[in-house]
Design a protein. Structure first.
Length: 308
């Protein structure tokens, strides 16, 4: 069995940046992901705040980062990690495919997050067929139709701007007010086909055989209830950490995010966290890349110390 200096679990911006820094530190590197490299970036229509790229499509930026890793010789494999075992100076990563096991001196966990769901009536029935979590994946089918976006954060507002450009009408329903970057919020509010309902509690997705609307209620004193007809819904209400395969390691907070110090080290020596999966205040591509660089640098120093 081949032993790597570092195995990176997750190929989003944190994982790919970690792989670049790790291989440049002369470590043997394996990067694993069950999906295409890029993480949440792949599903982002436009990115405007990643330094040096200007406005860029998320899938394009993902491919540029991945090609960079390949130019440097980073080994990549499509695998689903089931379990990580700490053996002291080595770690064992068990994967779903043929129950494969991989040995590593260090592990960088950059597994990211998945979209949170509302858990209300109609959501399961119309998930993937009327309700989506990815505008770049499914937005085109709602061209010249009526769409509802649920959420008011950065992802919700950025994707709403894209959707408003192709739909007849766009309705924003959010628990609070818009909380994204002020410039993006102003741009969205100025679009003529956009209606925003802040401070709302979403109650139900309606429809018999197909989605036909969203029912929601004001959380303000009047408690007004509305039913907006629509052809499709996009949910952007937050993210859940993908940390099931390492819950047993004792490195997570109460919400399932990895607790790390300023060197991206977890409570387990030789295991590091990076990117959106960690406890942090700002989850952006640029901060994920920073985390990945720091984690790889820390891992390299640790490998050097145990090699003697």
């Amino acid at each position: 069995m081949k032993k790597y200096d570092v195995v990176i679990v997750g190929a989003g911006p944190a994982g790919m940046t970690a792989s670049i820094y790790a291989i440049r530190a002369n470590m043997s590197v394996l990067m694993l992901d069950k999906l295409a490299p890029g993480g949440q970036m792949v599903n982002t229509n436009e990115i405007e705040n990643y330094t040096g790229t200007g406005k860029i499509n998320g899938a394009e930026l993902s491919m540029q980062m991945y090609e960079h890793t390949q130019e440097l010789g980073v080994e990549f494999d499509y695998k689903t990690v089931l379990d990580i075992k700490d053996n002291g100076e080595t770690k064992t990563i068990r994967c779903e495919e043929d129950d494969t096991t991989i040995e590593a001196r260090t592990v960088i966990l950059a597994t990211g997050t998945i979209p949170r769901r509302l858990g209300i009536p109609g959501e399961d029935a119309f998930a993937g067929s009327g309700i989506s979590w990815c505008a770049i994946c499914d937005g085109a089918q709602y061209r010249d139709k009526n769409v509802v976006v649920i959420g008011g954060g950065n992802s919700a507002v950025e994707e709403s701007i894209y959707l408003a450009g192709i739909t007849t009408s766009l309705t924003i329903v959010t628990m609070f007010d818009l909380t994204a970057d002020p410039k993006a919020c102003d741009q969205l509010r100025a679009m003529p086909n956009v209606t925003i309902y802040p401070y709302q509690d979403v109650l139900e997705f309606t429809g018999d055989t197909a989605l036909d609307g969203v029912r929601f209620k004001s959380t303000q004193e009047d408690g007004t209830e509305r039913h907006v007809k629509c052809d499709g819904v996009f949910e952007y209400i937050g993210l859940m950490p993908t940390s099931d395969c390492f819950q047993h390691l004792g490195i997570l907070d109460d919400f399932g995010f990895i607790k790390v110090n300023d060197e991206m080290q977890t409570a387990v020596k030789g295991i590091y966290g990076a990117g959106d999966i960690t406890v942090k205040k700002l989850r952006q591509i640029v901060t994920a890349c920073s985390d990945g660089a720091i984690a790889a640098n820390s891992a390299a120093k640790y490998v050097e110390s145990i090699r003697g």
